[in-house]
Design a protein around this ligand. Structure first.
Ligand code: SAM
Length: 459
């Protein structure tokens, strides 16, 4: 992901972002940023870029010409017009959700104001988003842009070493993060909560969730109300848990948004893979939901045959796969006999693409997210397993030369344990008729959904 900043003070940006995690991520190539001096583009011979506002008033304004030429220069090689953000106290308030949305862009251009601001005409010409970092007025857009780049960049896969820390901290799933402790165990007569020293992972996960809930309720009742609404939907879905586990987990893991919900008419959206999850109670509601929410949908996972029929009839889509959901509901971790299983890195991408029928960009993203694991024999990769963007476990492959050694089962058990260790419920999809996979799931003690689900798309 590339950040381009138009500013009168490029050193401020370079010094501010060059250190620590963001600086390291740029050096490692996960992100790049450039600060371009607007002053370099002025046609004024003394290097002036500002002038008095027409109609009078305090301060000076940046003129349109240097800003526009700077923008043209930055964007000239780009394939599409990038999102261009003007930092202004008059903009949409920046928050974690907005950061997540922007982290999916390839190129982002920022425009920092100074003095009293910028001539309106150039803003109309180039700006796509007006963004504020809070209800107060700063002297320039440089600090706000650094705040934004920091918040966005750390969501780009690979930027944080521990890719899951971005998924468990404050604002994830509308909850604030739980309190954290490090050594010493007693400080100023205050003890670290016993549960954290117990080594019992399930209890720790449970305690942390309770603490997060308590804290959010107390400090941010507005967020807590949103969280509670999601919990109510999860409760409704849990009446048929195996059938609706995909929707429950999307909400539980905080990776989906609720677009609509009334009884069992529910539409969720997962922005990363642009996937809609839909359940509809009747033909009428299927019609309504498709018409209102799925107009632009390219990929739908639905529990409802009525929705499938409407998507085929009205949108010319087709069923890519009919699947059954397998859910691991037991408390105990599963045995992993084969020990050499490790998280995959980019050097394994070619092996994965060679052996798994998915597009390369998708597989690359899973590796970047840290969601792919491989089995190794004498340091050589011989199989893999992963977690799909929307949350299901899958992508299992074992080299034909190594089949019959129990590697498949070890990989599958490993991924189930891993998902459980994050406090989530592991589940997967088995395409109807895949007898081998069905047998493996049953052997592992997974439970099958009451009814099948449908992946609907254009492929
Ligand atoms: N006259 C402008 C107004 O009332 O909207 C304020 C100009 S401010 C002094 C100078 C520049 O700082 C702005 O153009 C903007 O780029 C930046 N800025 C100030 N406060 C900001 C905030 N809360 N969020 C984002 N940018 C801000």
């Amino acid at each position: 992901m590339n950040f381009h900043v138009m500013t009168l003070f490029p050193e401020m940006i370079e010094n501010g972002l060059g250190e620590s995690i963001i600086g390291r991520a740029a050096k490692a190539g996960y992100i790049s940023y450039q600060a371009v001096n607007i002053r370099d583009y002025t046609q004024e011979k003394h290097g002036k870029v500002d002038d008095y506002p027409y109609g009078g008033g305090a301060g000076m304004l940046i003129q349109p010409q240097p800003v526009y030429d700077c923008y043209e220069d930055i964007t000239k090689g780009m394939k599409a017009k990038p999102r261009t953000i003007y930092l202004t106290p008059q903009g949409r308030r920046f928050d974690q959700k907005f950061a997540r949305e922007l982290s999916r862009e390839e190129e982002l251009v920022f425009l920092c104001g100074h003095y009293e601001g910028i001539d309106e005409r150039v803003l109309e010409e180039i700006v796509t988003d007006y963004v504020s970092i809070g209800d107060y007025v700063l002297t320039g857009g440089e600090l706000p842009v650094m705040v934004m780049i920091d918040a966005i960049a750390r969501l780009v896969p690979g930027v944080l070493n521990n890719e899951f820390s971005a998924e468990t901290e404050s604002f994830h799933n509308d909850l604030l993060e739980y309190p954290q402790y490090t050594r010493p165990p007693v400080w100023k007569d205050k003890e670290v909560p016993q549960v954290l020293l117990s080594g019992n992972h399930n209890n720790i996960v449970k305690w942390r969730l309770e603490q997060s809930e308590e804290r959010t309720k107390e400090r941010r009742p507005d967020l807590y109300a949103k969280y509670q609404r999601k919990q109510e939907i999860i409760k409704r879905l849990s009446k048929k848990k195996r059938f609706y586990i995909h929707m429950m987990e999307l909400l539980n893991r905080g990776i989906g948004e609720v677009l609509y919900e009334r009884n069992m008419d529910i539409v969720l959206y997962e922005p990363d893979s642009e996937l809609y999850m839909v359940s509809a109670e009747s033909k009428e509601s299927a019609d309504y939901l498709v018409e209102k929410y799925l107009k632009d949908a390219g990929l739908v996972l639905t529990t409802s045959e009525e929705v499938v029929q409407v998507l085929i009839a009205k949108k010319n889509m087709r069923v890519n796969e009919k699947v059954w959901q397998y859910v691991y509901t037991l408390k105990e971790p599963l045995p992993v006999k084969y020990k050499d299983i490790r998280r995959l890195t980019m050097e394994h991408l070619s092996y994965v693409t060679e052996h798994y029928d998915e597009n390369e960009a998708y597989l690359r993203r899973l590796i970047e997210k840290g969601h792919m694991f491989g089995a190794f024999v004498e340091d050589k990769i011989v199989g893999f397993v992963g977690i799909h963007v929307e949350g299901s476990c899958g992508l299992l492959f074992v080299d034909s030369a190594c089949r019959g050694m129990g590697l498949g089962q070890s990989l599958e058990n490993y991924i189930i344990n891993y998902v459980k260790s994050l406090g989530f419920t592991p589940y997967g999809h088995v395409v109807e008729g895949n007898v081998a996979s069905t047998k493996l799931q049953e052997k592992n003690g997974l439970y099958i959904s009451e009814e099948p689900l449908y992946w609907v798309g254009f492929e």
